[in-house]
Design a protein around this ligand. Structure first.
Ligand code: NAD
Length: 264
């Protein structure tokens, strides 16, 4: 099963910046019509304007992924303007950063609402369309923090990204036999505006360098577009993460001991 981006209609959330913007650009470069959505409607509009350079018709909408009505509005807009939706990229993520004992319950609830329940809302809104078509593709943006236990100072992020990976795997089992592909993007460091999405609590941890190589957003957009076209599930920006996954799978206790020793 492969997916033809040329002529497809793609909805991308959080597409006003970073990975979402780069993915929207990569989809448009391959001839997709993109519905660029973001909490910040002006940013979304600026990206939709940029996509004009690729010749494909693109539109924008302000959309808060914590609001079911906003997602329904985006679906209706896409149907009205383009008549269909083929590709949905659930891309928004925020972080609450700090020691486990200092991150308040409200911050946990907010991160769960944005990072995890946004995907649940999107499924409720868009899956009926894709299932009826018997064709399409869903991309969920998780993180290497959803595969490996390294984000100990950002537990709500780690927990929700693990949940997005698990949800995506199970969704692939359900959707693939019904003609709908699923990809799970698990980037390591990417140069974006992600720091804007961080809220800090308690005493800051001593700064540490990136665990894996940091890449630019544009290359991640290309990775996503290739992964969708080839119907690949796991999209990694750092192959080192795959090696660590194997190490984790071979012996979790040994892996955790090694990480604790390395981070001392
Ligand atoms: N940058 C990284 O190093 C990195 C690594 C792994 C995973 N990720 C994931 O990639 C995704 C995109 O992050 P990015 O790095 O491109 O960040 P970014 O800050 O550059 O872009 C995020 C966009 O999401 C929008 N947004 C925030 N809250 C929203 C909401 N409630 N509804 C709709 N839009 C909202 C923001 O306005 C912003 O335009 C996130 O899920 C993040 O967890 C990023």
């Amino acid at each position: 099963m492969s997916f033809e981006l040329h002529g497809a209609v793609a909805v991308v959330t959080g597409a006003g910046s970073g990975i979402g913007r780069a993915s929207a650009r990569a989809f448009a470069r391959r001839g997709a019509r993109v519905v660029v959505t973001d909490l910040d409607g002006a940013r979304a509009q600026a990206v939709a304007d940029e996509l004009g350079e690729f010749g494909a018709a693109s539109i924008s909408a302000a959309c808060d992924v914590t609001d079911l009505d906003d997602l329904q509005f985006v679906r209706d807009l896409a149907l009205e303007r383009f008549g269909r939706v083929d590709l949905v990229m659930n891309n928004v993520g925020i972080l609450a950063v700090g020691p486990a004992e200092d991150i308040p319950l409200e911050a946990w609830q907010r991160v769960i609402d944005v990072n995890l329940l946004s995907v649940v809302r999107s499924n409720l809104v868009f899956l009926p369309l894709l299932l009826e078509q018997g064709a399409g593709h869903v991309v969920n943006t998780a993180s290497t923090a959803g595969l490996l236990p390294y984000g100990f100072d950002r537990l709500p992020y780690t927990a929700t990204k693990h949940a997005v990976v698990g949800l995506s795997e199970a969704l692939a089992l359900y959707l693939r036999p019904r003609g709908v592909g699923v990809s799970c993007l698990c980037p390591a460091g990417v140069a974006t505006n992600i720091v804007e999405q961080m809220t800090f609590y308690g005493k800051p941890a001593p700064p540490k360098g990136p665990r894996f190589p940091v890449v630019d957003a544009e290359s991640v957009g290309e990775l996503v577009a290739d992964g969708v076209s080839e119907n690949r599930f796991l999209l990694l920006t750092a192959q080192e993460a795959a090696d660590e996954l194997r190490e984790l799978g071979a012996d979790v206790d040994m892996y955790l001991s090694r990480l604790i020793k390395d981070t001392r």
